[in-house]
Design a protein around this ligand. Structure first.
Ligand SMILES: O=c1ccn([C@@H]2O[C@H](COP(=O)(O)O)[C@@H](O)[C@H]2O)c(=O)[nH]1
Length: 241
């Protein structure tokens, strides 16, 4: 069962991406962090190495976990995968919106049996590492903003809780899909941080002002010389937005 205590008491907006190669550095960082100030994201590398046990270890430390495996497969396979994530008691799980309507509806329906313990189900629109030119390279001639808008509308019509998008798209999506449709935004970069491979970026404060519900932040925290200080600085910046 999901630990909902933290969620009831408060609603941390920062999700720290634990993009580490193994369990030890991930837990070492988690042990410095406060579940009242952040949630944690487990992605493909860490989950492939350390799996459900690592998720359980993080939950045992009081953290809500976003399992960011971006499932993209046929409806039967993907819905079984999100049910497996729900069995793990994660707070949030995701699929790719480009998997289409039948896949997303199958996932939502499969989670209904989990009742109040079901995780939030969200869909990735256009990866924040992609520009308009990158989209053209895969045959999508619309802008990233237009493609995100189209996939967000599809996601909402399928009854999911929200999308992963860039904070740059947040004002348009809030206007089109409503305030309750959750926007989870990676590509967050404090002014002094390296952009790295991200294309559609925004600062933490600007992202919240634009309408982001949750900020996914990895390297600006995990690669900082003092990760705890980096998180504290971002937390202090956004707590009053
Ligand atoms: O569109 C997307 C979807 C997921 N991500 C993930 O978020 C973090 C971002 O990490 P940074 O180090 O802050 O760039 C990472 O785990 C990605 O897999 C994304 O960036 N964009």
């Amino acid at each position: 069962m999901r630990n909902s205590t933290v969620q009831i008491l408060n609603d941390p907006k920062i999700i720290v991406a634990l993009d580490f190669p193994s369990q030890d550095p991930a837990l070492a960082l988690a042990d410095q962090l406060d579940p009242a100030k952040c949630r944690l994201k487990v992605g493909k590398e860490l989950f492939t190495r350390s799996g459900p046990e690592l998720v359980k270890s993080l939950q045992g430390r009081g953290f809500d976990v976003f399992l960011d495996l971006k499932f993209h497969d046929i409806p039967n396979t993907t819905s079984a995968a999100v049910a497996a994530a729900a069995d793990l008691g994660v707070w949030m799980v995701n699929v790719h919106a480009s998997g289409g309507e039948k896949m997303m509806v199958a996932c939502r329906e499969r989670l209904e049996s989990f009742g109040a313990d079901k995780p939030l189900l969200i869909a990735v629109t256009v990866l924040t590492s992609m520009s308009d030119a990158d989209l053209a390279g895969i045959g999508i001639t619309d802008s990233a903003e237009a493609q995100v808008s189209r996939l967000a509308a599809l996601t909402r019509n399928c009854g999911l809780d929200g999308v992963v998008c860039s904070a740059q798209e947040a004002p348009r999506l809030k206007a089109e899909q409503g305030a309750d449709f959750q926007l989870i935004t990676p590509g967050i970069r404090p002014l002094t941080a390296d952009k790295g491979d991200q294309q559609r970026i925004m600062t933490p404060t600007d992202a919240l002002k634009a309408g982001s519900d949750y900020l996914v932040i990895g390297r600006p925290i995990t690669q900082a010389s003092d990760p705890l200080a980096a998180l504290e600085a971002i937390h202090a910046e956004v707590v009053s937005v």
